[in-house]
Design a protein around this ligand. Sequence first.
Ligand code: FPP
Length: 264
Amino acid sequence: MLDKLMRKKTAMSEGLLSDRIANVKRGQIPAHVAIIMDGNGRWAKQRNLPRIAGHHEGMKTVRKITRIANDLGIEVLTLYAFSTENWKRPKLEIDFLMKLPGEFLSTYLPELIEKNVKVEMIGNVEMLPEHTKKAIRKAMEATKDNDGMTLNFAMNYGSRLELVEALKKIATLVEDGLLQVDDIDDSMISSHLMTAHLPEPDLLIRTSGEVRLSNFMLWQLAYAELSFTSVLWPDFDEACMIHAMEEFQLRHRRFGSVEGEGTI
Ligand code: FPP
């Protein structure tokens, strides 16, 4: 009896979710969604599990959210998987985090290929362990001609470092007489970032109740809508993603102009 009731309840909420998905699809879909996947450690702690169990569960959420993002027609999904500051964590945890791209891609690469998803990465790849680099490069190579959604992992990524590197390249061009100081503008800086080929994020989601950017895409997020949720990343599911989309579609994006211009 209880089982029957549960099944009915699940079917009802799935029915509602599919209605909400259909509704969201009729509205404006953000071209680029960036996510700070936070709360794996707390998720594990709540269950008396080691932190790495939270990261492993978080990897399953990556699959779930990649699927729905692709289904919604999002063009780019950037996931903050490892920051330049994350090297300060215990070695065991770092080693585990470095194995996740390999595990994820060895399991899901065929599905990503089938769904026409293109795997990319931003961050300093050189500092990553050989096996991590190999897994990411293999996936990038295997999907390079795909023209569906871009699944962009930010691995060993830090926004300030990215900006410093960009400014050094621009300064060198000036020093070499190839560029005038007056030629430096917004688009010149954007074109020297690791995201030069991508649209700027329209929506940033951060899970786990933390309300900060943690050195993530500081330049690129200038006009993004921000969505913070207390849900921990391993618990973030399709319904949470749809909620963030619904919230986004209710926002009036003005890009610094007045009401009525540039709204969605
Ligand atoms: C922050 O949570 C999360 C990370 C530093 C790692 C995020 C990585 C994943 C979700 C898996 C990535 C998967 C692939 C395929 C690359 P936290 O550990 O800081 O959580 P806490 O704040 O609760 O301690």
